[in-house]
Design a binder for this molecule. Structure first.
Ligand code: PXP
Length: 238
């Protein structure tokens, strides 16, 4: 089974636009679980423009599925994650002002830094995943950092899927095989949607989790959150 983790950052963005508590982020998280999501993902950025650090602490006792916190491992992020103790932390290399994650880690360049922060998370019993592109050398080196999983950055798959899906997925299949050989669990995310998800899930061996935010929340505007989550779950069945 492939887990669907719903990224609820967009709900926080909408809430923050008006300064009140609508939509209610905590209720949305609980409802996503009730509607069948296997996990909730948040990406608290240092400027707190969507999910805030306080949201993370408020969400923690409410989430009964897998809680995944993404972010750049700054000092304050490491502290937050070690205190909140989610199921999983996903480390991304993006600078604080990035609109959204826009690249995977250069593992070779950051190997000692990643090793150090990953060992800290592992001491707190938190599963670690690192966001990465399909470069095979990078994936081989990821296993040296002590990470449990890698999350494949699927933006290029989503972009090229529209023109040639076989070509779009080829590098991802090789990357998945290499991750498997290295004993790394495999997650994936970014720009996955109702159109491209099923093909990805069918073609990628041993995929454990997809984390989806933007398209899923956009679809929910038209289709409703419960229905949308069910439709995404359906794409993961084959
Ligand atoms: N994975 C990571 C590491 C991300 O930063 C994001 C976006 O916050 C996602 C997955 C989800 O991407 P999308 O919002 O395009 O579904």
């Amino acid at each position: 089974m492939i887990n669907l983790s719903v990224n609820i950052n967009k709900i926080a963005t909408l809430r923050n636009a008006r300064g009140g508590n609508l939509p209610d982020l905590l209720k949305t998280a609980v409802d996503c679980e009730r509607f069948g999501a296997h996990g909730i993902t948040v990406h608290p950025r240092p400027d707190e423009r969507h999910v805030r650090y306080k949201d993370v602490y408020d969400l923690k006792p409410l989430i009964t599925t897998e809680f995944n916190i993404e972010g750049y491992p700054s000092e304050s992020f490491i502290k937050l994650v070690c205190n909140a103790k989610p199921t999983q932390v996903t480390l991304v290399p993006d600078p604080p002002d990035a609109i959204t994650s826009n690249a995977g880690w250069d593992i070779i360049k950051n190997e000692s830094f990643l090793k150090e922060v990953i060992s800290e998370f592992k001491l707190h019993g938190i599963r670690v995943s690192v966001f990465i592109d399909t470069d095979l050398k990078n994936i081989r080196n990821a296993s040296k950092t002590g990470t449990d999983r890698v999350e494949l950055y699927t933006e290029s798959y989503a972009k090229h899927y529209l023109y040639d899906k076989q070509k779009a997925i080829a590098d991802f299949i090789e990357a998945a095989k290499r991750a498997n050989e290295e004993g790394l669990g495999l997650n994936a995310g970014h720009d996955l949607n109702l159109e491209n998800l099923n093909y990805f899930a069918r073609k990628i061996p041993d995929l454990l989790e997809v984390s989806i935010g933007h398209a899923l929340i956009c679809d929910a505007l038209y289709l409703g959150l419960e229905n949308t989550i069910q439709m995404y779950l359906q794409q993961l069945k084959f």
